[in-house]
Design a protein. Structure first.
Length: 561
């Protein structure tokens, strides 16, 4: 900490802290000793200059902060008291600065993780990593290098700082860089080695960290400064953390690209199954058109209805199905639908469309049946997953989103091919809400209009999640999480912390992000499965350091479908 900070600590105890001032004043009166404290800039911090016989300097870290003027030797007890109070205040400020530094690092690491999780190519990940590194590490230059095994070359995929000869230098230093990458260690390069390397002539300070993943190293990240500064072990550790996060994201991106064709092939097989199902029209749909049987419908038949639209989606479907052939995929999906379909029908709904890894259902009688069905589907899955666990299979989880509103149901197509169709913004909104259930980590999400239409809302338990602006809508929609579909342990946790969660949300919407983060962290610590609390914890922590406009209302904007 610098002298400016030390002076602030001294001024705090002498002029700003009422309790400390009263203590010193009381001590001065009791021992009847006058004194004056003069800062090294000749500012009087205490008393009047006047004329005093003796002086003593108040020093800190070999620097004189102020001079203590006095007459009687008993005044020295006040001087000693002030020294002790100053030391404690200085230590408090020092600890505060260290805590702030740690928080900035944690916040940066969280922000980096969040940003690179949205990237699916190495270049974008590298650019984000270097940009984030500059936010917390004092650096003027940076390189993000990858080793290309096919060409046996070290390739620059991102950089910052003025260095027009970077690729040329990389080519000249290829063997050295390959050796460092192969070694897979982090290091701060001694200044004398930096100065002797022509490729680093534009720098005076350098450190690097490997891009390690599992048993191999993908490349390395290099940071440098054009001035002679001293990188610390903590900064090297931070760079290593950034490199590790980046390498994991790059590896995931590589695996994504590598497996894309296989996934597309599997999805194509499921799509063909889905396309075949389009030839069949639900009998409930026919009845909604006022027809008794399918042979009575003709092209152009339509009816306007107010219904509740429900979208259900199997979470991590690709992970479950990646080791299955198309036939087993079909059997898995069919087994899932066989369990869910009867629940939908029992509660007054029907499945309008199967979507491969999920379905869309309509409930003509409104959201009461839709929510009953959603809760029951999760309860059935709890039992089903116990069976799967016994067979050492991955658990099946679903996310459900729903919206209530009007739509047009009708028969479209041509004279040789008829199809059941529904046209409505309600359907689009319900689909978006289901997508948000993954974002919020919620089992069941519904809108305020759905909740308002419930005949017996007291049968369910909800947590309000704030407003969301879905793509294509002009006004935000209030979201509620129905927690009755959660496991018994998680449900009990959410019921117990319901009031605390609402308090945290109120703090968040009032821009009191630090307190909101503390509140949501308290909830999350009680049960690490509470993904919604974790989301708001992370959002609150991230927003602590952000500058928000006056018009910020805490509305989540959903830019994708």
């Amino acid at each position: 900490m610098n002298s400016k900070t030390s002076f602030k600590a001294l001024r705090q105890i002498l002029q700003r802290d009422a309790t400390t001032k009263a203590l010193i004043e009381d001590l001065s009166k009791k021992i009847e000793a006058a004194f004056c404290i003069e800062a090294n800039n000749e500012t009087i911090l205490w008393g009047n200059k006047g004329s005093f016989k003796s002086t003593i300097d108040l020093e800190h870290e070999n620097e004189i902060l102020a001079t203590f003027h006095y007459n009687e030797s008993r005044a020295l007890s006040i001087f000693e008291t002030i020294k002790i109070l100053f030391q404690k205040e200085w230590e408090k400020k020092k600890i505060g600065k260290e805590v702030l530094g740690l928080y900035r690092e944690i916040n940066m690491i969280y922000g980096l993780s969040e940003m690179i999780s949205e990237k699916i190519d190495a270049t974008s990940i590298a650019e984000v990593a270097l940009n984030e590194a500059t936010q917390i590490i004092n650096t003027t230059h940076g390189l993000f290098l990858m080793y290309d095994a096919e060409t046996d070359n070290v390739v620059q995929i991102a950089q910052f700082g003025d260095n027009p000869s970077s690729q040329e230098n990389i080519n000249k230093q290829k063997e050295v860089l390959k050796e460092l990458i192969k070694r897979g260690t982090s290091a701060i390069v001694p200044t004398e080695r930096v100065s002797k390397n022509p490729a680093l002539s534009h720098l005076k300070t350098v450190m690097y960290a490997p891009l390690k993943v599992k048993h191999r190293t993908l490349g390395m990240v290099i940071l440098g400064h054009e001035d002679e500064i001293e990188y610390t072990a903590a900064e090297l550790k931070l760079l290593t953390t950034i490199a590790l996060q980046s390498s994991s994201a790059i590896e995931s991106a590589h695996l994504y690209q590598k497996g894309l064709q296989e996934v597309q092939a599997r999805e194509e097989a499921i799509r063909k199954i889905h396309d075949a199902s389009q030839k069949f029209v639900p009998s409930e749909f026919i009845k909604s058109l006022g027809k008794a049987q399918i042979t009575e419908v003709v092209l152009g038949d339509l009816a306007e209805k107010e219904v509740t639209v429900v979208f259900a989606d199997i979470r991590d479907f690709t992970t479950i199905s990646e080791n299955l052939d198309p036939k087993d995929n079909f059997l898995f999906v069919n087994g899932f639908n066989n369990r869910m379909g009867p629940i939908i029908r029992k509660n007054g709904g029907f499945i309008m469309q199967y979507l491969g890894d999920g379905f869309m259902a309509l409930f003509p009688e409104g959201p009461q049946g839709a929510l009953n069905a959603s809760v029951e589907m999760h309860q059935v899955l709890h039992d089903y997953n116990q069976e799967r666990a016994a067979k050492k299979r991955l658990p099946v989880k679903i996310g459900i989103g729903m919206q209530n509103g009007k739509l047009i149901m009708g028969i479209t197509g041509d004279t040789n091919r008829l199809d059941a169709a529904i046209i409505s913004d309600t359907v689009n909104t319900a689909s978006r809400i289901e997508g948000l259930s993954k974002h919020y980590g919620a089992s069941i999400l519904l809108t305020d209009s759905c909740k308002a239409k419930l005949k017996s809302p007291e049968h369910f338990n909800f947590r309000y999640l704030g407003a969301v602006m879905v793509k294509g809508k002009q006004k935000p929609i209030d979201l509620y999480e129905c927690i009755n579909g959660d496991s018994p342990k998680l449900l009990s946790h959410k019921l117990d912390t319901s009031a605390t969660f609402q308090k945290g949300l109120d703090l968040y919407l009032n821009k009191e992000f630090a307190m909101a983060a503390v509140t949501f962290q308290r909830i999350f610590k009680l049960n690490k499965q509470d993904a919604t609390a974790k989301l708001f914890l992370n959002k609150s922590a991230h927003l602590i350091t952000q500058e928000l406009g006056e018009d910020w209302k805490g509305i989540h904007s959903m830019s994708t479908k």
